[in-house]
Write a protein that binds this ligand. Structure first.
Ligand code: NDP
Length: 461
């Protein structure tokens, strides 16, 4: 019997923390999990889940418009922001309850307190001052929005955290950033009727994505009425009688009710007592770990966003399951971060897995690009001017599909399934001999028989 209070102490009740605590407890380990805010973490409380609910809410005005083309007359419609926020909060509370129940049923002790390390095996619970010890410790405290403190007036701005709880829906908003959060919220607010401006420092939004997705989404967002400013940044935010004013480097003065900063998320490691435990962090404050999520202190592990590997919920959960395999099932398993399918819940949506055309062209001597752009069937009767884009990247020598990119309805759903094919190493010939499901948009993925173009040694041919 170990002399520690617990076999495992988990700091942070988000996706990675809850999964590791629940699994270890269900194996009979003595587990405690501490959370200072709410169980569920960023994903459930102020990230993926409420965001997706807001995305649904923001799409209805287009649905109402589209209905006319199918013979429907839709009466006057009105949107109530407070009602949406309340309904969302109710659902989040339900999910939080499920997270707690899962932990409880597995036999993990739930501790509602901030927890800080005081030594390699000891943790202080700040609410009561109680100090406990554990044989193993998992740090899964996630990240927080970059507050961009160098920006004068940053304290007047909101982040995605506040966007979920605004008292009133702003009439206008300026969103800074060109990543997942900026793009998703620009579409949400625009869809809810807010005059929306996106300002991004680079030449095109979504810097790490395939160029066709980036350009295609940009055009579609502008066509809807979202203003997008590129190669510009906000230099100062001040209060005005009406709301806020954001002055940009290129000399624009953007007036809006709210300014939202979506400039990346930082590991939440400040004040965690990592020095006392001897745990090393990198220059961004992220905990450095080996291939098994082990820190430089052999019995302390770190999972999810706090390690700044890939900031995605399923990745944190996967890392937690690998930790359990390695430490409690005698089956050393390192998380596989290769070929992670992902979606941006923009409007239109992005679904993507594997290499972008640009990355593939720089890695392989020759690639084939299969690309289709078409009007989705629903748009024929609705009359909505929208296009869907699908693209497969194939390395010519081995015929393997190494990238798949979709812009349009249900792109995220398709990316999940495409992820399996890429993970399995399917070739373009496997795609070609797969029968189409008709009539769907996805059938295009198995009927693009001839390459649109090739890229050989960096040259398009
Ligand atoms: P991202 O890393 O996606 O984007 C950050 C954006 O801020 C980039 O456009 C970046 O520009 C820009 N930026 C960073 N620093 C500055 C600066 N000092 N001045 C001006 N611009 C700056 O982060 P997000 O905050 O959007 O999201 C955080 C993470 O959460 C994502 O990386 C993603 O992993 C996850 N997430 C996933 C979602 C999903 O799966 N659908 C949804 C939301 C979040 P540049 O590109 O030039 O560096």
């Amino acid at each position: 019997m170990s002399t520690y209070d617990y076999d495992l102490f988990v700091i942070g009740g988000g996706s990675g923390g809850v999964r590791s605590a629940r699994l270890a407890a269900s194996m009979g380990k003595r587990v405690a999990i501490a959370e200072e805010y709410r169980f569920g973490g960023t994903c459930v409380i102020r990230g993926c889940v409420p965001k997706k609910l807001f995305v649904y809410a923001s799409q209805f005005h287009e649905h109402f418009e589209d209905a006319a083309g199918f013979g429907w007359t839709v009466g006057e419609s009105r949107f109530d922001w407070q009602k949406l926020v309340a309904a969302k909060d109710q659902e989040i509370a339900r999910l939080e309850g499920l997270y707690r129940k899962g932990l409880d049923n597995a036999g993990a002790e739930i501790i509602e307190s901030r927890a800080e390390l005081t030594g390699p095996h000891s943790i202080r619970l700040t609410k009561t001052g109680r100090e406990v010890t554990a044989e193993r410790i998992v740090i899964a405290v996630g990240g927080a929005p970059n507050p961009h403190e160098a920006l004068p007036g940053h304290e007047l701005c909101i982040s995605s955290n506040e966007a979920f709880h605004l008292d009133t829906l702003p009439r206008s908003i300026v969103i800074a950033g060109g990543g997942y959060i900026a793009v998703e919220f620009a579409n949400i607010f625009h869809g809810l009727g807010v005059e929306t401006t996106l300002i991004y420092r680079g030449r095109e939004i979504l810097s790490r994505f395939d160029q066709d997705l980036r350009r295609g989404l940009h055009q579609a967002m502008e066509a809807k009425g979202i203003r997008i400013l590129l190669t510009d940044v906000i230099e100062e935010v001040t209060k005005t009688e009406e709301g806020l004013a954001a002055r940009t480097k290129c000399g624009e003065l953007l007036l809006a009710d709210q300014v939202m900063l979506a400039l990346g998320r930082e590991p939440h490691t400040k004040g965690l007592g990592l020095e006392a435990a001897g745990v090393q962090v990198n220059e961004r404050g992220a905990i450095t770990v080996d291939a098994y999520s082990r820190t430089n202190v052999p019995h302390i592990f770190a999972l999810g966003d706090v390690t700044d590997r890939v900031q995605l919920t399923p990745v944190a959960i996967h890392e937690a399951m690998c930790f359990i395999e390695t430490e409690y099932k005698n089956n050393p398993t390192s998380p596989d971060h290769d070929l992670i399918a992902t979606a941006v819940f923009s409007q239109p949506e992005i679904g993507t897995v594997g290499l972008s055309e640009e990355e593939a062209a720089s890695r392989y001597p020759e690639i084939e690009v299969y690309r289709a752009e078409f009007r989705p069937m629903k748009a024929t009767l609705s009359g909505r001017a929208e296009k869907m884009m699908m693209k497969l990247i194939v390395e010519s020598a081995g015929r393997k599909v190494i990238g798949a990119h979709i812009l349009g309805h249900d792109a995220g759903e398709m990316a999940q399934l495409l992820g399996i094919t890429l993970k399995a190493g399917c070739t373009k010939d496997d795609f070609d001999r797969t029968m189409a499901v008709h009539p769907t948009a996805a059938e295009e993925l198995v009927t693009m028989y001839n390459p649109s173009y090739r890229i050989k040694n960096g040259e398009r041919i």
